[in-house]
Structures are given as structure tokens and as C-alpha cells.
Design a protein around this ligand. Structure first.
Ligand code: LLP
Length: 437
């Protein structure tokens, strides 16, 4: 794919040599709101959601897309997706709380936690949120909790680990025997049988094999095993499923030489196989669910940062910026590639190689290694692309650096949707005991 088209797919383009995102001049935004700053593009969020929704609608009407809140939990992002009719995948009580704050109804939420505490269960039960278990041992604990709180048991569901995983980094692969998530094939019949004995009357099922999957083929083996395993559960126990959840994981093209995930191939591998099974009539007529986070939110934000220092140490050129791994940890944590572009395009042919580094006191604070860019100057702005998923949500105040602002852009307007933290915000929860004063 041509580079300009690759950018255009992410609603990025240079107009009179200045970078525009969703039609808005990013330098104007940087100057108005300060940097670093995350810019969230409302129309692109909506577009990505709709792409997936129409893909599912065309193959299997009874479907729900649960947006994975962990990717980007900004309340405006949640409200936008809620207005599109999305459902939500939460991994913690904190994420459920955020959904409620954004006006999302409990029946739209599915709580896939792991290592649940009794407090987690209690919160979900009291708030009518469906829970997706992660271990056989949790089944009777959850049943007791429902009984103790005198609440009717909601649909029972447990996460299946198909032992085939995929993802952009070992830390994001969630299928495999040595991996903490879900239960294995041999435990599935036992789990549903126990749930039925304990009084659960309706059943769903769940699988998530990993995150950052750009080749749809990676879903093949896991999907086959998932479908054959839930068929066995249905046949052995004579139960049908209200829903079958295939998790998220759909990747985005972070590198200019990558094409987007082939949605048609994903459809053929996952959705079609599921539909064929449903047509056989063994597992009932379940709702099909998927849980994309990155696919919806990833490309919908860029992080704008400003260069404060150009350093040539005689061996290497460094462009020092005001965003570090406190602001965007993915490059440091996973070695992830984020494409970085200057906000003003220079037409020179002299390409230099820069390490783009942040202000954190660690050598690993590198946002981009050996990037070929035309000459940069102190004061220039850079855009770090595809920062919308696991960008702000994984940021931290390390080195006592406040988290940046998030702004939302829509149809030529911009809105501050999260203020930049202040130094006082960082200290707000601390107390010095009197004897130290
Ligand atoms: N469903 C479940 C149960 C998950 O655990 C996850 C992600 C998702 C859905 C959404 O996955 P997605 O569609 O966004 O790939 N911090 C890492 C990604 C960790 C993902 C954890 N679980 C990163 O920055 O790449």
C-alpha cells in the first residue's frame, strides 16, 4: 500500500505540509492544549466500530460487539461507543465503574476478570453485571455468593483456553498450557456440569487467544478447537448456549509496510465456522460476541509531543521529546513499533537517523529507534501514531511526571476530555504522619 494511502486510512494527511488528523491541524491543537497530548478522533472510532458491526451483521445477525474497555477507558470514548450501540468487555470493577459513569447499562457489560476476589463478585452481582469465570474453583464460590446475596443467578460463562494462542508479543498471547488464563479442554464438561448442579440455568462461553493479531489465519486452530469443545459440552450435558464469545485480538497496521487485518479472512475463519455449527442445531442459537479493543481505539488517537533537545553524541543522533514511557509504555514494554512523523513535512532529501527518546531517567525510554526522518529541530512537533489503544490507559506518573491531557476532536471542533494532571494531583492521596512533620 502506498504510504499516503496508509496514512489516509488513519485519517492523517499533510495539507500545505502540516499534519492534519480527522481534518484538524495538529499543530494548532498542540499549541492550544500544550504537549504531550493525546488526540482522540471521534469519527474514526465510530468508523472502526461500524466496520466490524457491518461485517458481523452481514454474516450472522444475532451479534454483539463488546468494546474492550482496557484499551481506552476515557469516558467520552465509552459514551461514543455506547451511542453506537456497542456492548462492553470489562476486566475489573474499576472498568465497570467507568462504564456506569459513562451511562452504560449493566446488561451491556460482560465482566471477564481473572483471579476474582469475593469483593469483585459481590460488586458485579449487586450491580447485575454478568461474570465470565476463569477457573473451575471459582464456580462454587460464585454460586455461594449469588445465594448469599439472594440474587438470581445470571448466565454462567467460563473462559476457555484452547492452547493455541497468538499476539504481537509473548506477554499478549493468552492461549497455552503454561498461561494463567481460562480452563483447558479436559475441564470444560466438568465446569458446565458443576454450574448446572449449582443452579445456573443459562450458559454462555468465552475465549480470547491474544492481542495484536494481524494475520487472521492465527485464529484458525483455536476456533476449530473452541467450536468442537463447546459442541462436546452441549452434546454431553444437553445444554445450549445463549452466547459464544470469541474475544478480541484484532490487530492494526502499526508499520507503513503492514496492510490492515483482512476482515473478510477473519469472517471466513471465525464467523463462518461458527455459523455452520449453529446451522447444525447442536449448540442452540447463541448470540455471537467479539471483544475488540485495539481495532476500534488504536488508530483513533495520536500522541503529539514536542522536541526539546537535539543531541549528537558523536555516535548517534537523539531527538529528545517531552513524552516518555510514562506517557506511552508500549515501545519500552513490548518493543512495539509506533510510527512517528513530523507535524510539519519538510521536503528535504537529507534523511537522518534519530533515536526518539523521552525524559524518563532510564535508557529504555525510547519511543522510536533509528528512525529515518528529515532534519529535526528543537521546538518541532512529532506525532506518535496509533496511540489510542493501551496508550493512555497504561500511562503512569513515573518520575513524578503528570499524565498528559486527552482531547477529543469531532467535525472541526476540539474538546478537553481529560485535563493534564498537575503536580498537586500526583500528591493528592498522600499523607505525612504527624510525627514526621
Ligand atoms: N478480551 C479480553 C478478555 C482481553 O483480555 C483483551 C485484551 C481483549 C478482549 C482486547 O484485546 P484487543 O482486541 O485490544 O487486542 N497492553 C497490550 C495489550 C494487552 C491486551 C490484554 N487483553 C498492548 O499494549 O499491546
Amino acid at each position: 500500500m502506498k504510504y499516503e494511502k496508509w496514512l489516509k486510512n488513519k485519517e492523517l494527511e499533510y495539507l500545505e505540509d502540516t499534519l492534519h488528523f480527522g481534518g484538524m491541524n495538529v499543530i494548532d491543537l498542540a499549541e492550544r492544549y500544550g504537549t504531550p497530548v493525546y488526540i482522540i478522533n471521534e469519527q474514526l472510532l465510530r468508523k472502526r466500530y461500524k466496520e466490524l458491526k457491518s461485517l458481523l451483521d452481514n454474516t450472522y445477525k444475532k451479534n454483539e460487539i463488546h468494546y474492550a474497555v482496557k484499551a481506552n477507558s476515557n469516558l467520552s470514548v465509552l459514551s461514543i461507543l455506547n451511542s453506537e450501540g456497542a456492548s462492553f468487555d470489562c476486566s475489573s470493577v474499576g472498568e465497570i465503574h467507568a462504564c456506569f459513569k459513562a451511562g452504560i447499562k449493566p446488561e451491556k457489560i460482560f465482566y471477564t476478570g481473572n483471579m476474582f476476589t469475593n469483593e469483585d463478585f459481590k460488586y458485579a452481582i449487586e450491580n447485575n453485571v454478568r461474570i465470565n469465570l476463569d477457573s473451575v474453583s471459582q464456580i462454587s464460590r460464585l454460586a455461594r455468593m449469588y445465594d448469599g446475596l439472594d440474587n438470581k443467578k445470571q448466565t454462567f460463562s467460563v473462559r476457555f483456553n484452547p492452547e493455541f494462542g497468538a499476539g504481537h508479543h509473548p506477554h499478549t498471547i493468552t492461549g497455552g498450557r503454561n498461561i494463567k488464563f481460562g480452563i483447558l479442554e479436559e475441564q470444560m464438561v466438568e465446569a458446565y456440569s458443576l454450574a448446572r448442579e449449582l443452579g445456573f440455568e443459562t450458559f454462555g462461553t468465552h475465549m480470547h487467544i491474544g492481542s495484536g493479531i494481524i494475520d487472521a489465519q492465527d485464529y484458525q486452530k483455536a476456533t476449530e478447537k473452541y467450536l468442537s469443545t463447546i459442541t462436546r459440552v452441549s452434546e454431553t450435558l444437553g445444554i445450549s448456549f445463549d452466547f459464544v464469545d470469541f474475544g478480541g485480538g484484532l490487530g492494526i497496521p502499526y508499520r507503513p509496510d503492514q496492510d490492515p487485518l483482512d476482515l473478510q479472512a477473519y469472517n471466513n475463519i471465525v464467523i463462518d465456522q461458527f455459523k455452520t455449527l449453529v446451522n447444525r442445531g447442536t449448540i442452540g442459537e447463541p448470540t455471537l460476541k467479539i471483544e475488540p479493543g485495539r481495532y476500534i481505539a488504536g488508530e483513533a488517537s495520536v500522541l503529539i509531543t514536542q522536541i526539546n533537545t537535539i543531541k549528537n553524541n558523536g555516535y548517534k543522533l537523539f531527538a529528545g521529546v517531552n513524552a516518555g514511557f510514562n506517557t506511552l509504555v508500549r515501545p519500552t514494554m513490548y518493543g512495539s513499533y509506533h510510527h512517528i512523523v513530523p507535524c510539519v513535512k519538510t521536503n528535504g532529501s537529507n534523511i537522518l537517523s534519530y533515536d526518539i527518546v523521552g525524559p524518563i531517567c532510564e535508557s529504555g525510554d525510547v519511543l522510536g529507534k533509528e528512525r529515518g526522518i528529515t532534519e529535526l529541530k528543537e521546538g518541532d512537533y512529532l506525532a506518535v501514531l496509533d496511540a489510542g489503544a493501551y496508550g493512555f490507559t497504561m500511562s503512569s506518573p513515573y518520575n513524578s511526571r503528570p499524565r498528559p491531557a486527552e482531547i477529543l476532536i469531532n467535525m472541526g471542533n476540539s474538546y478537553l476530555v481529560r485535563k493534564a494532571e498537575s503536580y498537586d494531583d500526583l500528591l493528592e492521596l498522600q499523607k505525612i504522619p504527624d510525627y514526621l512533620k
